[in-house]
Design a protein around this ligand. Structure first.
Ligand SMILES: *Cc1c(COP(=O)(O)O)cnc(C)c1O
Length: 404
């Protein structure tokens, strides 16, 4: 049975105070909090077996290597990748996207087209613009509608034999919309294009099955999944990872080095130059274990309850407008109140111990669409409560009083 009060005991940070008030943490779409089970793994690593991996014959190095590779297998099974070496450990979503974008530089020509969506995070826009600059390829954008959904009929029209790549996020971090990626992947494959899905915002809520999706690349960050910052994963189909050149040169990624010629290591090491975030990778595995111990069905059910409750309560506030009203969304609510600047509200609710995000959420094109400078974003995790949502609603009412 899911008991949120028991779950909250796992997260030491949730019992601290901010500005004299109990912390209410509603910025989960930016980064999630870390349970004791993951903190223990981090402490254990540095206390007991900190060593460089894949190199030493000594016991500590072996132990660290075994645990790091065990984490890769956990990630493989979690995402249901066919092979462990299809999982590349990265520093996060941004790194994974850049690795793929950079690799495609040598595979694209000037007549090729890349399709992204209007709902993208900047980290899924800028690398493709850079790729287009280098190759002469053209960037096309799937437009969005007022509900914050992609206009799929427009996607159908953008697809052609020139389409080589399609990049869409699984869930929008700014609005919470769940995009129809199954449909997008199927249609892109019909014209022979490869698909990269940015799963940074989906993986805290959903357990994706990369084989069932038949996706070519899928990226995620550990720090949005109760893991540490600075580590993440790139899944790539073996055939694609073999086609792409290495992203960085250095130790670990080579088979043999002479000044005449260097040959590259096999997957996954070809893409893992230098000493990786060893502790982070192991802790990422622990975070995945933790989330699975609660269960993604349970997480989704409870978070949907929070989303429904918060949506209803927030809409009781006069002048409050929610951006992103798709039927298919996760526990993210972006909103504004009248013409009050989001930053002013964010500052006041912070004084009351409540952490929300204000601004453009690294998705300026979405803000431009709605013709607003930004929003207030409250994003909920399975360790949040309805009582905390009530606190937010009261704090917003107080802020309105002070600002009007
Ligand atoms: C957070 C986020 C990113 C960037 O992730 P990093 O961990 O900062 O690399 C990219 N896309 C989406 C949808 C996100 O939510």
């Amino acid at each position: 049975m899911f008991n949120v009060e028991n779950i909250r005991q796992d997260f030491p940070i949730l019992s601290r105070k901010v500005n004299g008030q109990p912390l209410v943490y509603f910025d989960n779409a930016a980064t999630s909090q870390t349970p004791q089970q993951v903190i223990d793994v981090i402490v254990d690593y540095y206390s007991n077996y900190n060593a460089n991996i894949h190199r030493g014959v000594h016991s500590l190095s072996q132990e660290a290597t075994d645990k790091y590779e065990a984490a890769r297998h956990k990630i493989q099974h979690h995402f249901n990748a066919e092979k462990a070496h299809e999982i590349i450990l990265t520093s996060g979503t941004t790194h994974g996207i850049n690795l793929v974008a950079s690799g495609f530089t040598s595979l694209l020509s000037a007549s090729d087209e890349i399709i992204v969506s209007a709902l993208e995070h900047h980290s899924n826009i800028v690398p493709w613009q850079m790729l287009c600059e280098k190759t002469g390829a053209t960037l096309k954008v799937i437009p969005m509608n007022d509900e914050g959904e992609l206009v799929m009929s427009a996607f159908d029209e953008l697809l052609s034999d020139n389409t080589k790549l399609v990049f869409v996020n699984h869930i929008s971090n700014a609005l919470g919309t769940i995009n129809p990626i199954e449909d997008i992947i199927k249609k892109a494959h019909q014209v022979g294009a490869a698909v990269l899905i940015d799963g940074a915002q989906a993986c805290p809520h959903i357990k994706p099955d990369v084989q069932a999706l038949d996706v070519d690349f899928y990226v995620a960050s550990a720090h949005k999944m109760c893991g540490p910052t600075g580590v993440g994963m790139l899944y790539g189909k073996e055939k694609w990872l073999n086609k792409l050149p290495p992203y960085q040169g250095g130790g670990e990624m080579i088979a043999e080095v002479t000044f005449e010629k260097t040959t590259y290591a096999d997957l996954p090491h070809k893409f893992e130059a230098g000493t990786p975030n060893i502790c982070g990778g192991i802790a990422f595995g622990a975070a995945i274990d933790y989330l699975n111990s609660i269960g993604f069905d349970t997480i989704a059910r409870y978070e949907n309850e929070l989303l429904d409750y918060a949506t209803k309560q927030l809409l009781t506030i006069e002048g409050l407008k929610i951006y992103g009203t798709s039927q298919h969304k996760t526990s993210v609510i972006s909103f504004n109140i009248g013409t009050i600047h989001p930053y002013d509200i964010g500052t006041i609710v912070d004084k009351l111990g409540i952490a929300v995000r204000t601004g453009h959420h690294c998705a300026q094109p979405i803000m431009d669409y709605y013709k607003i400078p930004g929003t207030i974003r409250a994003s909920f995790a399975f360790y949040n409560t309805k009582a905390e949502i009530d606190k937010l609603v009261n704090a917003l009412k107080k802020a309105i009083e002070m600002l009007s």
